[in-house]
Every structure is written in structure tokens, then in C-alpha cells.
Design a protein around this ligand. Structure first.
Ligand code: G1P
Ligand code: ZN
Length: 543
């Protein structure tokens, strides 16, 4: 094997998070930029002799080129085998599933998740470890440190391999198997859900509209929903992964998936709507003329989990990110199981899942998942809902309303202020943190503040502490406003303001969320001076 040693371009002057490195495509196109990341990663990983690597991405622009480069570098690193998805395609949850099912030592996912794609969009790369979950911070920190020193990259000079044909080829002695991206994942779904019940549901005329947003969820949804479960052809729309996602912003929320919302609001709306994001780990579930908040979705799944074969014996516990509404906590309490509150980001669920402390977990950002993999999983959530609808005979709306009747409604919204100059965002957060000690016991904008802090989390499994995870202002009635800066944006800073109010009174469950939350919006501005510091009169996105 010939190895070429080439000078490198440091991949970043900014530390990548555990969701990997996400940058504009133009940045990734710099000479040896991707190579620097991969070399740094391979340098910090142990020897690869005898090991298997899983490789695939969401099909966005640059995916194929990156796959070929990584194969050449994996050969130089000495992997025994690489399992690569056909066409370079693998969703994030599928990578996790394949790692776990095959005993691979890890996997590389090429995706910038829900960020737009195409030549002017974003590209991304992340590494998942042997449990199928995102690499922990100690790994990503080591990769970053290495990237500053790495002088040369080790890469085979073998030609490209054919990515579109299933089968095995060799590169410098390394076995490369091009796998069906769906098969392993579908088998896992079959083991969790009552496919017969869902098949009967579709056979009985139940109508679903699944919008894959021209992203990687399409092939999975088509094979499983239309192929295996008998949903009529056309159930999955935008089902072919496109390099630029057809210009869509593949982030399933009511704003970006407006076409789905329009269909679900129509007179002849289908019974259920669903969408997934760029790499198919996020999900949005919509009822007939009824939007479901992700926090409520998690709570409904938890409340009825034992109706689903994979969770028949009950849940060990549930976990939610701190800004996610407390709806699932209320269900957990009634079920007599533990509920964990973690910082934002999927990585914090890994230890709880590995230790058997939690079975279901979720975030307000349209992410839901369970111990079946170590990533959130979009189609899994949709199949869970379908299974519940099939065995209860209740509609999506009825299941959510039942939750509200039993536990009260957690009225919820997230307001995002995007592309704020970083310095302004830092000033805002600093000011807010400085004001924290003086808030409890005061009344601001008509709201009685009981408690305020900057969330700190001690991992119950390994004792590690993560501090400064978001400012919480909690009122006497339990309402909350949470402030944090996004860690995934690629342009300036994004301020996220999370608003939650509990409404026990059933006669007020139909109140429009933004109306119900208005006092909390005023409180948020009064304590954080959002309008004056950002110059933005209203959020860029409300979900
Ligand atoms: C966002 C979401 C967070 C999610 C992450 C990765 O992160 O808010 O819940 O885990 O994307 O999908 P943020 O941009 O807020 O840091
Ligand atoms: Zn994603």
C-alpha cells in the first residue's frame, strides 16, 4: 500500500461539540480540512487492527466524496473491515443500530443534522463509539487537541470504490462491505413494535403522511411503512434523499415543515402526519388538525409504553433535557418510576441508558428515543405512535388530550433569536447570570419568582459535573423560563428561550400557547433585556 503524507489544514479554531464538527461546505472543501479531522480522530483512537468501522451519512452535498476519503484513511489506519451504507447512506439512528448489532468499535456519521445542505449549506462529521452513542467529551477534546499538532495524514492511494452495489471489495487488505442501509434497522424495529397491528391499521384505511423532507429518512420510511407495513404508496413524500434537500430546511418543526402542517390542517387531512430531519434522528408527530408538542409526545409514549411489545415489561425510568417540559415527570411519578433531568444534548442520556436507569428519553427539540440505540430516532417515534394508535383505537389528538386531562397541560413554546452577534449574546447571558441571585422572592413583570439558577448536572452514573447548562427562572406556580445559547448553530449566536406553564384546568386546555405564555415572554424580556440587547423585536422562530 502506498501512503501519501500531506500537509494538513487545522479543521477548526473552534472546539467541535459532541454533535461533531459542523461547518459550511466551503470550509470543508479546503484542502485536507476533512482529512485533518479524520486523522486527528484516528490518532486518538486505539489501534484499529481487527476492528470494524461503520460509515455513512445523510446524503447531503459532499457526502460521497467524504466517504471515499474516509475509506482510504481507514485503510491506512489499519481497520479490518468497514461497513458502509449503499450510496454512502446511513441515518444517524441506523449507524447506532449497526454499530451495536455488529460489535463494531465505532462509526462515522456524515451529517450536519437538520442544517440546510447543498453547496451553500452545511456539512458535518461526527464519531460514535462502541455503544452506538456520540463520542464523549474526553474523546472530542482529545481530537481537537490533536488537530492542532497533526503534521501529516495517512491515506491510501487506492481508487474510489463503487458505493452503489451491495457486496464486498478490498482496499489495501481492508474489507469494505457495502450494506443495505435499512435492513439492520428494520430488523430492530420489527423486534420492538407490533407490526401486525400496524399493518391492520393501514389495511383498515388509516392515512399517514410522512414527510421525509428530501433527507435520509426517506428510504427507511418507504421500506418500512410502505414496503413492510402496507401503507399506500405515496404515504411517504419527499422520500428521496437529495444533496441539497430540494432546498428544504430539513428540520421538522411547524415552521420548516409548513407543507405538512398545511396538509394536516386541511378539511380532508390524513389521520396522522410525521416528519424527520436531515439525518432522521428527529421527529415531529402531528394529529388531524392538531399539533403535538415534542414534550407531550414523550409523555404520551411513556404513559402507554407497556402497550408496545418492546416495552411490555415497563420502563426503568425516563429522562428529559432540562428545558423539555415537565409533562413526562408527571407521568413518571404516576408510574412510580424515576425521571432524570439532564443538560441539553443527547450525549447526557447515554450513561443513563447504558446503566439501565432510563428506558425512554427525549428533548423539546423534536428528539425522542429509547435504549434500543444510543441516538434519538425519528422513525422509531413514528412507529411507536402508530403502534399506540393501532392498539388503543384512539386518535393522536385523543391520546394527547387524555394526557392533559390526567396530568394537566404543560403549555410550552421555544422562542429562538437567531444570528445574534456573539459578543451581544455573551453580554446578555452574562447580565442574566449576574442578576440571578437577586431574583428569588421578587415580582418581575407581574410574575412571582420563587427560584433562579444556572443549571448544573451531576451525572448519577459517573459523577461528572456539567455546569452552566442554562439559566432557569421558576415562578411560584411552577411556570418556568429557561435561557441558553445554542451549541449547534453555524452563524453568530442563537439565544433559545423556553417557556412553560402548567394548566390543570381542563376548561382552559384549548388556550393558544403563545397567548397563554405571554406573561412569561414579558418576564423573559424584563430579566434578560432581549429586545434592547439584540435589537430584535420578536423571535426568528417560535416552536
Ligand atoms: C439543538 C437542540 C438540542 C439537540 C441538539 C442536537 O442544540 O436544542 O436539544 O440535542 O440540537 O440535535 P442547541 O442548538 O440548542 O445547542
Ligand atoms: Zn438530526
Amino acid at each position: 500500500m502506498a501512503l501519501l503524507t500531506l500537509p494538513t489544514t487545522p479543521f477548526s479554531d473552534q472546539k467541535p461539540g459532541t454533535s461533531g464538527l459542523r461547518k459550511k461546505v466551503s470550509v470543508f472543501l479546503q484542502k485536507n480540512y476533512l482529512e485533518n479531522f479524520v486523522q486527528s480522530l484516528f490518532d486518538v483512537l486505539p489501534e484499529a487492527k481487527g476492528q470494524t468501522l461503520v460509515l455513512g451519512g445523510d446524503g447531503r452535498f459532499h457526502n460521497r466524496v467524504a466517504v471515499q476519503t474516509i475509506l482510504r484513511m481507514a485503510a491506512a489506519k489499519g481497520y479490518a473491515r468497514v461497513l458502509v451504507g449503499q450510496g454512502g447512506i446511513l441515518s444517524t439512528p441506523a449507524v447506532s443500530a449497526v454499530i451495536r448489532a455488529t460489535g463494531a468499535s465505532g462509526g462515522i456519521v456524515l451529517s450536519a443534522s437538520h442544517n440546510p445542505g447543498g453547496p451553500d449549506g452545511d456539512f458535518g462529521i461526527k464519531y460514535n463509539i462502541g455503544n452506538g452513542g456520540p463520542a464523549p467529551e474526553k474523546v472530542t477534546d482529545a481530537v481537537f487537541a490533536r488537530s492542532r499538532e497533526v503534521q501529516s495524514i495517512h491515506i491510501s492511494d487506492s481508487p474510489d470504490i463503487a458505493l452503489d452495489a451491495l457486496g464486498t471489495v478490498f482496499m489495501d487488505g481492508m474489507e469494505i462491505t457495502v450494506i443495505d442501509p435499512v435492513a439492520q434497522y428494520a430488523e430492530l424495529m420489527r423486534s420492538l413494535f407490533d407490526f401486525d397491528a400496524i399493518r391492520k391499521l393501514f389495511a383498515g384505511g388509516f392515512r399517514l403522511r410522512y414527510d421525509a423532507m428530501n433527507a435520509v429518512g426517506g428510504p427507511y420510511a418507504r421500506a418500512i411503512l410502505e414496503g413492510e407495513l402496507g401503507a399506500p404508496a405515496g404515504t411517504v413524500v419527499n422520500g428521496v434523499p437529495l444533496e441539497d434537500f430540494g432546498g428544504l430546511h430539513p428540520d421538522p418543526n411547524p415552521v420548516n415543515a409548513e407543507d405538512l402542517i398545511a396538509h394536516m390542517s386541511a378539511e380532508d387531512a390524513p389521520d396522522m402526519g410525521a416528519a424527520s430531519d436531515g439525518d432522521a434522528d428527529r421527529n415531529m408527530v402531528v394529529g388531524r388538525r392538531f399539533v403535538v408538542s415534542p414534550s407531550d409526545s414523550l409523555a404520551v409514549l411513556a404513559a402507554h409504553a407497556t402497550l408496545v411489545p418492546g416495552y411490555r415489561s415497563g420502563l426503568a425510568g425516563v429522562a428529559r433535557s432540562m428545558p423539555t417540559s415537565t409533562a413526562v415527570d408527571r407521568v413518571a411519578k404516576a408510574l412510580g418510576i424515576a425521571s432524570y433531568e439532564t443538560p441539553t444534548g443527547w450525549k447526557f442520556f447515554g450513561n443513563l441508558l447504558d446503566a439501565g436507569k432510563a428506558t425512554l428519553c427525549g428533548e423539546e427539540s423534536y428528539g425522542t428515543g429509547s435504549s434500543h440505540v444510543r441516538e434519538k430516532d425519528g422513525l422509531w417515534a413514528v412507529l411507536f405512535w402508530l403502534n399506540l394508535v393501532a392498539v388503543t383505537g384512539k386518535s393522536v389528538e385523543a391520546l394527547v388530550r387524555e394526557l392533559w386531562t390526567q396530568y394537566g397541560r404543560c403549555v410550552y413554546s421555544r422562542h429562538d433569536y437567531e444570528a445574534i452577534p456573539t459578543a451581544q449574546a455573551d453580554t446578555l447571558m452574562r447580565g442574566l447570570r449576574d442578576a440571578l441571585p437577586g431574583l428569588p422572592g421578587t415580582t418581575v413583570a407581574g410574575c412571582d419568582i420563587a427560584f433562579a439558577d444556572d443549571f448544573s448536572y451531576t451525572d448519577p452514573v459517573d459523577g461528572s459535573v456539567s455546569s452552566k447548562q442554562g439559566v432557569r427562572v421558576v415562578l411560584k406556580d411552577g411556570s418556568r423560563v429557561v435561557f441558553r445559547l445554542s451549541g449547534t448553530g453555524t452563524e453568530g449566536a442563537t439565544l433559545r428561550v423556553y417557556l412553560e406553564r402548567h394548566e390543570p384546568d381542563a376548561s382552559r386546555h384549548d388556550i393558544e400557547a403563545q397567548t397563554a405564555l405571554r406573561p412569561l415572554v414579558e418576564l423573559a424580556d424584563a430579566v434578560a433585556h432581549i429586545r434592547s440587547l439584540t435589537g430584535m423585536g420578536r423571535p426568528s422562530v417560535m416552536t
